[in-house]
Ligand binder design. Structure first.
Ligand SMILES: Nc1ncnc2c1ncn2[C@@H]1O[C@H](COP(=O)(O)OP(=O)(O)O)[C@@H](O)[C@H]1O
Ligand SMILES: N[C@@H](CCC(=O)OP(=O)(O)O)C(=O)O
Length: 260
């Protein structure tokens, strides 16, 4: 690992990845990311996580098998599920003697100068303390993000906020394909592209399941936002073995969107 050049990295994990086929949170997967993040921290890197999964976990805890359409029920599920989400992260990071912290934000918070400055100062302080921030949308106070599954753009805004070098969006596909691989078997993986290229938006389709919302379009748009502060974005599969440590070691995995 390149300890000469430590990087500040935002890692976003989506609902499709953090949950176990509708059977609650995937503890084993979360433990593996925690282990890799522990390795990155000990090499001098700084890592912030943006994790979805509150609604999925809340539905599980409430015994709901179908995602409700009522927005307030979704908000209630997120409030229930967020408890479980941060419990799993806390216990997984504790295995590596690391502390984690719950940070709930909205796009509107980051658009407000005073709240933006406070969020930045808190996150910077957590990083200095060696604590891993676990960020999610504050679903109690917003509805748009739930409707559009916009944790991808929240991750990009966090990348801008803390001037991270890299945004890694882990999902259930190997990266951005020329078309949705679930619908088009001939789709091929893009290895690199320039963030903000409008052609990418045409390739990106919607989400895979009822549990996740954003699909690939919000990831491509997140790459465009992250590039505004010079960060590259990698979209890669969270199922890939040691994906985070291999990426930071310079291995080419998934799709890299570079800032022009
Ligand atoms: N061009 C594309 N390349 C890859 N995946 C795509 C593409 N277009 C649509 N998708 C879909 O996007 C899904 C990932 O988005 P989503 O389900 O919202 O994941 P997450 O919960 O990780 O945010 C994939 O499973 C895939 O079906
Ligand atoms: N804040 C919500 C995230 C909503 C969502 O669908 O996000 P994602 O799976 O990243 O497209 C949650 O934790 O369930």
């Amino acid at each position: 690992m390149d300890i000469e050049k430590p990087q500040r990295i935002v890692v976003k994990v989506g609902s499709s990845l953090v949950t176990n086929n509708g059977e609650g949170l995937d503890h084993a997967a979360i433990a593996k990311w925690a282990e890799q993040i522990a390795t990155l921290l000990s090499a001098g890197h700084e890592v912030l996580m943006v994790s979805s999964g509150a609604i999925a976990e809340g539905m599980q805890r409430l015994g709901w098998t179908k995602r409700p359409h009522d927005i307030h029920q979704l908000q209630a599920a997120a409030a229930v599920g967020q408890m479980g989400l941060v419990q799993v992260y806390e216990s997984c990071f504790a295995r590596f003697n690391l502390r984690s912290a719950q940070v709930l934000l909205t796009n509107a918070d980051l658009a407000d100068a005073e709240r933006n400055a406070n969020a930045k100062a808190t996150l910077e302080t957590l990083l200095v303390l060696g604590v891993v921030p676990i960020i999610n949308e504050n679903d109690t106070v917003v509805t748009d993000e739930i409707k559009f599954g916009d944790n991808d753009s929240l991750a990009a805004l966090v990348t801008n906020l803390v001037r991270a070098d890299l945004l890694v969006i882990l999902t259930d596909q190997g990266g951005l394909f020329t078309a949705d691989p679930r619908q088009d078997a001939s789709a091929t993986l893009l290895n690199t592209a320039v963030a903000g290229d409008p052609a990418l938006e045409k390739m990106a389709g919607g989400a895979a399941s009822e549990l996740s919302k954003g699909g690939m379009l919000t990831k491509v748009l997140a790459g465009k936002i992250a590039a505004q502060t010079g960060a590259s974005t990698v979209i890669a599969s969270g199922h890939e073995t040691q994906v985070l440590t291999r990426l930071i070691d310079g291995e080419k995995i998934g799709t890299r969107l570079t800032a022009a």
